[in-house]
Write a protein that binds this ligand. Structure first.
Ligand SMILES: [Mg+2]
Length: 357
């Protein structure tokens, strides 16, 4: 499995709806794609979705890191993919989206060569996955309209983004509940509250008979005391407290487990790559935490790679792989994802199974 050629490109694609969260927004997708060709002619594709407003990584640096990786990879053998990829850990220590793209391309080519679907690297059978749908930050009217439309379309779990204007947030969550009374509700604050602010917010929701299943990243990512405070306070209610921005590595996961800081973790390949993502998932589950699989503003390629990982591991309770619904054009099409958020990876034959246009 000798690498003969590796291309790195920045691709920009329009969004159908701006993806707005508490810390910023995406108006377009601007991601870095890797395409790798082996001497055998087999190809593999990878994608880096850089979320500068969340991770501080940049498209330019990701592009140059991947170009440099490509230059030193020509003629290298990926048969032992772990040791091949391990050699790049230091280079990508501050650029996990870049690492994710490289891993994805290598694992895609590796599994395509062996004619096995990517999920087989992670488990024995692919569990069916059903993604939630995100209600992005916006007006009350927008929350209501999207909730109605998504509910009619068949989505069963809604992730409502909050954290910018707490009064409006409250009204939006209640509007979503009213528009879609039977759906499961998850709220994602993207660091937009203090611990006491979040507890007050949850109290207000409860007064209105709304109890979310899970609250994601209520406080700023370095506020571990705040995370713990919310986790302890809601423990009896059964609401899960999920770390997203706070946990991007295995080391962060060890800390979360040791300090019992949260009861769930959102694993994203763009935060940790696929291989460390797997280690994070295994540790968190072993410690009794629930798992969410999430994504940055990713096209069908990276979202499907994450779906393979989650379907193979089979231990993710919350699936948040809905970003292709915010995209237009060919980058939005995963062959294994339907319009209601259901992934069926049992039909995947080799690799990730998404060919870039
Ligand atoms: Mg999140």
């Amino acid at each position: 499995m000798i690498i003969e050629h590796m291309d790195v490109n920045i691709v920009e694609a329009p969004l159908s709806t701006p993806f707005r969260i508490a810390t910023g927004q995406h108006n377009t997708l601007k991601n870095v794609f890797v395409s790798l060709t082996l001497k055998s002619g087999v190809k593999g594709w990878g994608e880096a979705a850089v979320a500068t407003h969340i991770t501080g990584e940049t498209v330019e640096k990701t592009f140059s890191n991947l170009k440099e990786a490509a230059a030193v990879s020509l003629g290298e053998d990926i048969s032992d993919h772990r040791s091949f990829l391990g050699a790049f850990r230091e280079k990508f220590a501050e650029n996990h989206a870049g690492l994710a793209a490289l891993e994805m391309a290598v694992l895609d080519a590796w599994t395509r060569t062996l004619k096995i679907p990517l999920w087989k690297l992670f488990g024995n059978s692919p569990v069916p996955l059903r993604s939630d749908i995100t209600i992005v930050i916006g007006s009350l009217q927008e929350a209501e309209t999207s909730a109605l439309a998504y509910s009619r379309r068949g989505f069963k779990t809604f992730k409502v983004k909050v954290g910018q204007d707490h009064d409006l947030d409250l009204a939006r969550v209640l509007a979503v509940r009213k528009a879609a009374p039977r759906v499961n509700m998850v709220i994602d604050a993207n660091q937009g509250f203090t611990a006491s602010g979040m507890l007050k917010f949850l109290k207000e929701l409860k007064k209105n008979k709304v109890v979310p299943l899970l609250v994601e990243q209520p406080v700023p990512k370095n506020d571990w005391d705040g995370l713990k405070c919310v986790t302890r306070a809601v423990h009896k209610s059964g609401i899960l407290v999920c770390a997203d921005e706070s946990v991007g590595s295995l080391a962060d996961t060890v800390r979360a487990v040791r300090e019992r800081a949260v009861t769930a973790i959102n694993v994203k390949t763009m935060k940790s790559g696929l291989l460390e993502g797997e280690a994070i998932a295994r540790l968190a589950r072993a410690a009794g935490m629930e798992l969410m699989i999430g994504a940055m503003m990713e096209s069908a390629l990276a979202v499907t790679a994450s779906a393979h990982m989650a379907a193979g591991l089979g231990c993710f309770k919350y699936i948040d792989l809905d970003t292709t619904y915010f995209l237009k054009g060919p980058l939005a099409k995963s062959p294994y994802l339907d319009e209601k958020g259901c992934f069926d990876l049992s039909r995947a034959r080799a690799g990730i199974g998404v060919v870039l246009p």
